[in-house]
Ligand binder design. Structure first.
Ligand code: ADP
Length: 169
């Protein structure tokens, strides 16, 4: 059984096996969580991301997929980068958002990570409504077949924390 915990705070301050990054498909950095992770994690993460772009991910990381790198100076062993969908009112992209959580946990299992910190993927710059983003995040983790022991959702502010808290018993 995977334990789900909630923390209000900065994901780059977490001490876990793997920190999930709400990346963009370029893998070369951005704003929000992505910017914070690269700032605090230092150049080693970007260096490995560039290698991924030069190799298997020449066109970038597709939406809904996940890939792992070193965590650099963060208090974690790995950063798992996943690309959330941009929210759309014209098209239901929920399955892609669920895929981010599923694929990140699959990477975590490949690595042997037992504790994984997630941000609320897509709910920032990508515009996903917080309540729906929280619902998909929690439901997908609850349904996942994974050896990860703790999934820690790290929510930046009280509004996000409350949205996730409403999804838990
Ligand atoms: P996306 O592009 O997938 O929407 P963002 O990084 O813009 O990703 O935002 C995802 C969520 O993470 C938002 O709810 C945002 O408030 C939150 N967030 C931003 N910075 C941090 C941080 N340092 N730690 C945890 N959550 C953060």
């Amino acid at each position: 059984m995977t334990r789900i915990t909630l923390v209000q705070g900065d994901i780059t301050r977490q001490s876990v096996d793997a920190i999930v990054n709400a990346a963009n498909s370029s893998l070369l950095g951005g704003g929000g969580v992505d910017g914070a992770i690269h700032r605090r994690g230092g150049p080693a993460i970007l260096e490995e991301c560039r290698k991924l772009r030069a190799g298997h991910y020449g066109k970038g990381l597709p939406t809904g997929q996940a890939v792992a790198t070193t965590a650099g100076d963060l208090d974690a062993r790995w950063v798992i980068h996943t690309v959330g969908p941009v929210h759309s009112t014209g098209e239901d992209r929920s399955e892609l958002l669920a895929s981010c959580y599923r694929e990140s946990l699959r990477r975590a299992d490949e690595l042997g990570a037992r504790t994984v910190a997630f941000p609320a993927v897509s709910t920032g710059i990508y515009g996903w409504p917080l309540d729906d983003g929280a619902r998909i995040a929690v439901a997908t983790v609850q349904e996942a077949d994974t050896a990860v022991e703790e999934v820690r959702f790290v929510l930046f502010d009280e509004r996000a924390y409350d949205a996730f808290a409403r999804q838990l018993p």
